[in-house]
Unconditional design. Structure first.
Length: 246
């Protein structure tokens, strides 16, 4: 679309037919513009932080990204859910923050459940929320939040961050939600906030987490406890990322 618009401007000025040289020039200009936008975006990401200290479950998202960083640094070539799960669990066991936070033990990985999320994340999201112990109002709220997250892929992270922390603030002050409602929602939103940050963080720039599947894993796991939310999100997201890049 940018090339076409640029061509329409150049054509009447030169009063000549479109040549290969003209197209190359347009492409070069367009490439420089895109490059400058990418550089600006990278500089902006360096000044942004995904943290929200107001959310008492903020540590869940932070730990999610720390463990993901450790996994990706290992450059593992695992291709099955069982292999990825085993490695993620090993990394979790070695992480000192997990011990310091004294988190509940992660629920054993259900390989079939993870595969079902990989195959159809949207359906499993609806199922997980519907079958949860949350109140009806909380279920509707979390569903709306997750559906909104689907539309954020091409948004700047600053705008995404503001949307999420505004939502979290509304959840924390909602008198209709039970403590369990808030735990599940705020755990989920923390993982979403941090994982979306990772999507935009150079050098990944959306190469990680191209599917909503990792966040659906987070919802599914959050229903049990924080550590399960982290593990299930990581395993699902890594598996889906592998499928996308293969």
């Amino acid at each position: 679309m940018k090339n076409i618009s640029l061509g329409l401007v150049i054509l009447p000025l030169l009063i000549i037919s479109c040549t290969t040289d003209a197209i190359d020039t347009a492409d070069t200009i367009d490439s420089k513009i895109s490059g400058k936008k990418s550089e600006k975006g990278a500089r902006l990401m360096q000044t942004l932080s995904p943290e929200n200290p107001e959310n008492v479950y903020d540590y869940v998202g932070k730990l999610h990204n720390d463990l993901l960083e450790t996994y990706l640094a290992g450059n593992y070539q695992y291709s099955t859910i069982a292999q990825i799960s085993e490695q993620v669990e090993a990394i979790v066991a070695m992480n000192s923050d997990v011990a310091l936070l004294n988190l509940e033990t992660s629920v054993p990985v259900n390989l079939e459940e993870i595969q079902a999320i990989v195959n159809n994340p949207e359906a499993k999201l609806d199922e997980a929320i519907a079958n949860s112990s949350m109140t009806s109002a909380a279920k509707i709220s979390l569903s709306s939040f997750m559906n909104a997250a689907l539309l954020w892929k091409n948004e700047e992270y600053g705008a995404i961050y503001q949307s999420i922390i505004s939502y979290e603030s509304a959840v924390m002050t909602n008198t209709e939600f039970s403590g369990e409602d808030k735990r599940i929602i705020l755990t989920t939103s923390s993982i979403a906030r941090y994982s979306l940050y990772y999507d935009k963080k150079p050098p990944y720039d959306e190469d990680w987490g191209t599917s909503v599947g990792n966040r659906v894993g987070g919802v599914s796991g959050a229903i049990d406890n924080s550590l399960t939310a982290i593990s299930r999100s990581l395993i699902t997201g890594i598996m889906i990322s592998n499928l996308v890049t293969d």
